[in-house]
Design a protein around this ligand. Structure first.
Ligand SMILES: Cc1cc2nc3c(=O)[nH]c(=O)nc-3n(C[C@H](O)[C@H](O)[C@H](O)COP(=O)(O)OP(=O)(O)OC[C@H]3O[C@@H](n4cnc5c(N)ncnc54)[C@H](O)[C@@H]3O)c2cc1C
Length: 559
């Protein structure tokens, strides 16, 4: 990275050099110029040159302002190398929760609510929250991963109770519908789509769409409304959240065996704008596009949420806000930079070896029960003898970039919204991190760009994500955004890039109804309780939350 300071130094050297050289050349050529005029011309020439160089320097400096955020992935990678120091200390706790993402934090919150005090939560990162962690700069907080929670279904009592406890649900109205805190509801204008050179309102393509394609879009959404209400032979909704509430009607199997692309084709949906919109939605929730995602999961995106309130709950730090509320229940019973690396269940207790990164020491923790709130690819290393098949789990890599801009470049059509999507772009557009702020003016504009890397070979995509440098990813992000903001380079001051190698579990075709997921959900040992969105098959806040609630119930049952 070339810093502005280096540029300034180089410019100064260049001015001195240019002055000397110009003088030397004019003397050598015997040019006879009046000394006063000559001095003036000399200064003019030098200043012009310096100004050009300075502009070039500024552009260069602006071109190289990205940095990777968070701790390097090396601590997690030590699980493979297993180069930990020998255990020097022992500890005892009743319940040990490994993993401080939403699933683990919810387990802790629910234990706390049950009055169970004797537990400890460990996370390998510097901050709890997992994929829902957040960051901040001098201008605002911003999400590093998950950024919103759609309005929950009113039947989701546990989640609504949690939101109510923290004031996000203020009360229930006469019909029993939650009334949400105004500052948590995404303020208008919520979303815009850049299509055919213009920002239109809302994400469903309208601008320049032919009447025929428009009719297809309407027919698609009518079908989704029908799916919302449809129930299986067992009386349960076909599509619901959490997933375990869904009907296991035969149509579940059938739809899961198809890809969303195949289903769309079968239904005669071919309008390019519709296909692109559905691709965007699947990437947004599952990290994979139409060709890979199961049709059941694709429809779930549109049909599982029953609220008529078409809005989301969001904060400047995204779901980091919710993660922090959950972490408040730890009350000193959480430790970060603690990597669990070996779990040995026994007849009367579980032994867990943990590496404390800050102290560079290994500790043995004995627990009555262990909650593994960790993904399957990690569990494989923790319990090498267990029947865990992480290769059957598709994890989508993600890149999230937070850009500080001197100003938001203007464009044709609707002005900046919370969610800003570019039709047909590689990424999923960007969120305005300051949208929920009450400040009337901001010194700088902060936006968060998202990109999920879809493709069958996630390993290669993941490798690329980690091996390419900051400059490469900065240009990647700017290239994508230039489609809607051609001069965005000129406005960029800094960029923070968060890489999620195993961003989220993807419900690819056949996965939700397949044997690998079924096996993973089975109890591997009476003293080990599993809680992670991997086991839901979809990486959503609600799923993580319910993984945690049921893990705490299991601890309680066994208590
Ligand atoms: C870019 C991105 C955007 C997203 N956007 C949204 C969104 O807007 N809304 C939404 O609902 N969902 C979103 N998600 C999904 C989000 O991942 C889930 O909502 C949820 O946060 C998953 O929580 P979890 O606890 O199941 O898993 P994780 O977040 O994976 O948590 C696992 C935790 O375990 C820790 N850990 C792993 N191994 C060890 C070990 N050996 N020892 C100790 N600790 C360990 C990790 O550090 C991590 O904190 C997004 C995901 C990504 C990647």
């Amino acid at each position: 990275m070339i810093s502005l300071r280096t540029c300034r130094k180089t410019m100064w050297r260049s001015i001195v050099w240019t002055t000397k050289s110009w003088y030397a050349i004019s003397m050598k050529n015997g040019v006879n110029i009046d000394p006063g005029r000559r001095r003036f011309l000399k200064q003019l020439g030098v200043l012009t040159l310096a100004a050009t160089f300075w502009t070039a320097c500024k552009q260069t400096a602006r071109r190289w302002v990205a940095r990777f955020s968070g701790a390097p992935a090396t601590l997690g990678h030590r699980l493979w190398v297993r180069d930990f120091p020998a255990v020097t200390r022992e500890e005892q706790v009743r319940f040990l929760i490994i993993g401080g993402g939403i699933s683990g934090l919810t387990t802790a919150m629910a234990l706390d609510k049950k009055g169970i005090q004797d537990f400890l939560l460990l996370d390998m990162d510097e901050q709890p929250g997992g994929n829902s962690r957040s960051g901040s700069n001098e201008h605002t907080a911003f999400p590093l991963g998950a950024h919103y929670l759609p309005i929950p279904n009113r039947e989701d009592e546990a989640l609504i109770q949690f939101l109510r406890y923290h004031g996000i649900v203020e009360k229930l109205d006469e019909q029993g519908n939650p009334v949400y805190q105004e500052r948590a509801l995404c303020a208008a204008p919520q979303a815009r789509l850049y299509i055919r050179g213009k920002w239109q309102e809302g994400l469903i393509p309208q601008y320049g769409v032919t009447a025929e394609n428009h009719a297809q879009i309407q027919s698609f959404f009518q079908k989704m409304e029908d799916f919302k209400a449809r129930r299986g032979a067992d009386g349960k909704y076909l599509f619901d959240i959490p997933l375990r509430k869904c009907s296991d009607d035969a149509s579940f199997q059938e739809l899961d065996q198809l890809s969303m692309a195949e289903w769309m084709q079968q239904q005669g949906f071919s309008a390019p704008e519709l296909l692109e919109h559905v691709r965007y939605c699947c990437l947004d929730d599952y990290g994979v596009g139409l060709e890979q995602v199961s049709a059941w999961a694709g429809i779930h995106y549109f049909a599982a949420r029953k609220s008529h309130q078409d809005n989301v709950l969001t904060w400047p730090e995204g779901n980091g806000y919710l993660a922090n509320l959950l972490a408040g229940h730890l009350k000193g019973r959480g430790r970060t930079q603690h990597l669990a690396y070996e779990v040995t269940p026994g007849a009367s207790e579980v032994e867990v070896k943990v590496f404390d990164e800050a102290k560079n020491e290994s500790v043995l923790i004995r627990a009555e029960k262990v909650v593994l709130a960790t993904p399957q690819y990690v569990n494989k290393y923790l319990l090498p003898k267990a029947n865990i098949q992480p290769e059957a789990f598709h994890y989508a890599p993600w890149l999230v970039a937070t850009l500080v801009l001197r100003e938001m470049p203007a464009g044709s059509g609707l002005p900046l919204c919370w969610d800003n999507v570019i039709h047909g772009a590689k990424g999923l557009g960007y969120i305005n991190a300051q949208h929920q702020s009450y400040a009337l003016q901001h010194a700088k504009q902060v936006i968060t760009y998202y990109c999920a890397f879809d493709g069958p070979d996630a390993l290669t995509l993941r490798r690329e994500l980690y091996t390419r440098d900051e400059a490469y990813w900065q240009e990647f992000v700017l290239f994508d955004l230039r489609q809607a903001h051609p001069n965005i380079n000129n406005w960029l001051e800094s960029m923070t890039i968060q890489r999620w190698g195993h961003g989220m579990i993807s419900p690819v075709k056949g996965f939700l109804s397949g044997s690998a997921l079924r096996t993973a959900r089975e109890s591997m040992h009476p003293r080990i309780i599993l809680a992670h969105t991997d086991l839901a098959g979809m990486s959503l806040f609600e799923e993580a939350f319910h993984q945690g609630i049921s893990a705490a119930d299991k601890c309680h049952d066994l208590h």
